[in-house]
Write a protein that binds this ligand. Structure first.
Ligand code: BES
Ligand code: ZN
Ligand code: ZN
Length: 493
């Protein structure tokens, strides 16, 4: 829990100072007893002059009070500050001794705006990194559970920092919702349970509309329905609207997410090894849901609609077969050659439905769509595909700015012939091999019917990681929420 104040707390057991080359160090009068103050000054001075790699050092002021010094350079960027915050979090996460912490950015003695920006980024990085998903742990809690912390940001600019932090808190809560949804095991988070979670967002002023199987059947969303027909869990298409623009009639920005709650591959069954990872095949939809929470919490001045297709891909008695032909919402027929290429079937209907129903300014979809994108880009970049250079550039830049990187791949009509079916309008895989991620995107493009600007983000390599990264512990990353939030804030509010 983060609080803001211009006074040090009585119960603190740690104080964090910031110091570095180019910034002189300032302590607050009366913060320490005189001899302690001396000790602190000497330590910080020594640290400043030390030419060492370590950015964070600590020493004990007395038995009850630890003092940390975070070293920063004058050229510190927002990323650097976020990463330092995250590193600091890692440092103290499991410490039972350090529970109540006073952060004292004023020690920097830097210019006001710099100090405020630095404080915001540092605390944001700290909070993003502090996420844990341990609700199913009942044993060894001592070792596994990180201790909850009371964080106080103590500054003479605390009011301003607190006001500005509200937007970052909205981002954190959105990212955490995404991570929670992605981390939840598939026996809990089936499509129906997922719908209930989304409905909770109505409290924030979001409008939620749920299409069940009957309604989808009437509308002709057969590509999506076909994927879910082998599961006992029913399929849904959910739209979530945030209308924050001053002009209520402003065309919305549309975000579409793949929500395959579990992907066994269906009749084209996946191998057993690592199949458990397919619980995160709903990550694209979770980014959409998390982002809408962020937008509502920070009352974004834009009209945005999120649409998520929620299904479970199972090999049941009524499961779709390779060879089946389905008629999609667009009217185009699809020959199913591999039931494991199911995400694109869900998205095909979700995309055409979104374009048709909401007439958006543009559409961005997010999906853990292909294993091939992991072969190309690993865990560093998401794949970007787009029919529109301007939109593509904006997505690219927005990602760079928050360190959620994307890399553009080509689309070209020549790839279409690889997906033309001999018996239907289109087939769902490319049998001649190669360009797995591009042909998947090329398939999606066929379901954008009115040339609406559209971008597709293949986040298969980014949504979940066995390793921790700079701003997240291992597991669900929430990749995409910060990118899209930045895109909307920068260009559309
Ligand atoms: N959900 C998978 C893609 C995926 C793979 C996501 C690994 C995350 C990690 C998708 O539905 C799938 O199975 N795609 C197939 C497509 C193939 C059958 C053309 C793939 O990538 O192998
Ligand atoms: Zn699949
Ligand atoms: Zn899938």
């Amino acid at each position: 829990m983060l609080k803001f104040s211009n006074k040090f707390s009585n119960s603190r057991d740690a104080v964090v100072f910031f110091a570095g080359e180019g910034f002189s160090f300032k302590s607050k009068e009366g913060l320490f007893a005189e001899n302690e103050e001396k000790k602190a000054r000497l330590f910080v001075k020594g640290f400043q002059n030390l030419n060492q790699k370590e950015k964070i050092l600590s020493f004990d002021i007395n038995e009850k009070l630890k003092c940390f010094v975070v070293k920063i350079s004058k050229k510190v960027s927002n990323f650097d500050a976020e990463e330092l915050g995250a590193n600091f979090c890692l440092n103290i996460k499991n410490s039972k001794q350090v529970k109540t912490i006073d952060f004292y950015p004023d020690s920097l003695n830097a210019e006001k705006n710099k100090l405020i920006n630095y404080s915001l980024s540092f605390m944001h990085g700290f909070n993003l990194k502090s996420y844990d998903f341990n609700k199913y742990k009942t044993q060894n809690l001592e070792k596994e559970k990180s201790v909850s912390k009371n964080l106080h940001l103590v500054s003479s600019f605390s009011n301003e920092i607190e006001k500005k932090y509200k937007d970052l808190k909205a981002v954190e809560d959105g990212v955490f919702l995404t991570r929670d949804l992605v981390s939840e095991p598939p026996n809990t988070l089936n499509p129906e349970h997922y719908v209930k979670e989304i409905l909770k967002l109505k409290q924030l002023g979001l409008k939620v509309n749920v299409l069940d199987e009957k309604k989808m059947k009437n509308l002709g969303l057969n590509a999506l329905l076909g994927v879910g027909q082998g599961s006992v869990n029913k399929s849904y298409l959910v739209s979530i609207e945030w209308n924050g623009s001053k002009n209520k009639k402003d065309k919305p920005i549309a975000l579409v997410g793949k929500g395959v709650c579990f992907d066994t591959g269906g009749i084209s069954l996946k191998p057993a090894r690592f199949m458990e990872e397919m619980k995160y095949d709903m990550a694209g939809s979770a980014v959409v849901v998390g982002l809408l929470k962020t937008l509502a919490m920070r009352k974004a001045k834009a009209n945005v609609v999120g649409v998520v297709g929620l299904v479970e891909n199972m090999p049941g008695g009524n499961a779709q077969r390779p060879g089946d032909i389905v008629k999609s919402f667009s009217g185009k027929t699809i020959e199913i050659l591999n039931t494991d290429a199911e995400g694109r079937l869900v998205l095909a209907d979700a995309l055409s439905y979104t374009e048709n129903n909401f007439k958006p300014k543009f559409i961005i979809d997010l999906a853990t769509l292909t294993g091939a994108i992991i072969v190309c880009l690993g865990e560093e970049y998401a794949g970007l595909f787009s029919n529109n250079d301007e939109l593509s550039d904006k997505v690219f830049k927005s990602g760079m700015e928050v360190n959620e990187k994307v890399w553009r791949f080509p689309l070209h009509k020549n790839y279409d012939k690889l997906m033309d079916s001999t018996v239907a309008d289109v087939q769902n895989i490319n049998y001649s091999g190669g360009a797995g991620s591009i042909t998947a995107a090329q398939f999606l493009q066929r379901f954008i019917l009115n040339n609406t600007p559209w971008a597709h983000l293949d986040i298969a390599g980014m949504a979940f990681s066995k390793k921790a990264a700079n701003l997240n512990p291992r597991g669900a990353t929430g990749f995409g929420v910060r990118l899209l939030n930045n895109l909307i804030k920068k260009y559309y509010e």
